[in-house]
Ligand binder design. Structure first.
Ligand code: F0G
Length: 351
């Protein structure tokens, strides 16, 4: 066995790089595909979690960012820019440092998790809090990248999706074939598009015998694809997917339709319940947006949309540590004790 080298080296022949490309990596990817015992019981299916919160900056964005920044470096870029609900900016900031580039990020003011803000700042990004939502930030970032010498590293940059498709490769490599169903949160709709690219690429090359049905889930207050119209004032506690006009809207619909899947919405209440279930019963601490995949699966099972016995992968996209407020809000408070074994034992109900 040898050490994991990051997704560009591991899947070099399937990515837009050559021997002269200067690879910028934090050794992302190679994340766990973890059996979810309780969710499997609840659904009567074999459910696995693709735990993307274990990437270097704590989300799946690192897969796309290694390729985007690598290509920017190859093109001689000195500066990158992105709009973000927090994870893209954290990832861009870290990879820009590795590449010796400057990084500018535009985030919706007051609507990103504290941990994500901290990541952008600690990596030295120029952070602008915009008095608007994510969709406004993306429009601004696009404009700036056209008019000024900064490379845009949002998922409208095709290299991002190239990198993110490797998660599907890892799943097929681990299982020996594609799962029957893949569940995933949908925000700007890049990731569902990337997974579908990865699955269909492997199927076309005969590495898998099939591609899964893609089930994507938006938050009900931010569900433009489900509603069939942009949402002007998107709202949800899952700030990572608080997006009203996804850039990859059409591609996500294509993934849905070609795979025989669906894109549906789940309420904040369902998202919170799945978040707690994953933490309390699977030992996996994800951020709220990530729980939309499992919330959506439970809903789809309830609605009879999932055959019993299916093999299902749910991507949990980001790490719960980025946004601990929600965990603390629902938790019982800690007990204070003196340095005394008897008092501690009593407080723990051991006596
Ligand atoms: N889950 C998490 C934790 C995310 O951060 C995002 C997107 C998604 C799911 C949705 O993925 O946009 O490809 O459909 N976050 C972006 C950001 C928008 O700026 O970090 P998508």
């Amino acid at each position: 066995a040898r050490a994991w080298r990051g997704i560009v080296e591991e899947y070099r022949d399937r990515l837009p790089v050559n021997e002269n490309t200067p690879v910028v990596t934090l050794q992302e990817g190679g994340t766990p595909l973890l059996p979810a015992t309780r969710v499997s019981e609840l659904t009567g299916c074999e459910v696995l979690l693709k735990v993307e919160g274990l990437n270097p900056t704590g989300s799946f964005k690192d897969r796309g960012m290694t390729v985007a920044i690598t290509k920017a470096a190859e093109d001689g870029a000195k500066a990158v820019i992105c709009a973000s609900t927090g994870n893209t900016s954290a990832s861009a900031a870290a990879y820009a440092i590795r590449a010796g580039m400057t990084c500018a990020v535009l985030v919706p003011q007051g609507k990103i998790a504290m941990g994500k803000l901290a990541q952008a700042l600690v990596h030295g990004a120029r952070l602008l809090q915009v008095d608007g939502n994510f969709d406004d930030c993306l429009e601004l970032a696009r404009k700036l990248s056209v008019d000024y010498p900064v490379a845009l590293v949002n998922s409208v940059n095709p290299y991002r999706l190239q990198g993110q498709k490797t998660a599907a490769f890892e799943i097929v490599d681990a299982l020996g074939d594609a799962p029957d169903i893949h569940c995933i949160p949908v925000g700007n709709a890049g990731n569902i598009t990337a997974y579908w690219m990865g699955y269909t690429e492997y199927a076309k090359d005969g590495i898998s015998t099939k591609a899964p049905r893609m089930l994507g889930f938006q938050a009900s207050g931010s569900a433009p694809i489900v509603n069939g119209a942009p949402v002007t004032n998107p709202s949800t506690i899952a700030t990572a997917i608080r997006i009203g006009n996804p850039a990859s809207w059409k591609l996500a619909e294509q993934a849905r339709d070609e795979s025989g899947g669906l894109i549906d919405k789940v309420t904040d209440r369902q998202i919170m319940a799945a978040y707690k279930l994953l933490a309390a019963e699977e030992g996996v601490f994800v951020e709220l947006a990530s729980a939309a995949s499992v919330a959506g699966l439970l809903q789809a099972v309830e609605a009879g949309q999932v055959p019993k016995g299916s093999r299902i992968v749910c991507t949990v996209t980001g790490n719960g540590l980025k946004d601990p407020d929600w965990a603390l809000a629902g938790a019982s408070s800690a007990t204070t004790v003196p340095v005394d074994a008897q008092a501690a034992a009593k407080a723990l109900d051991l006596v």
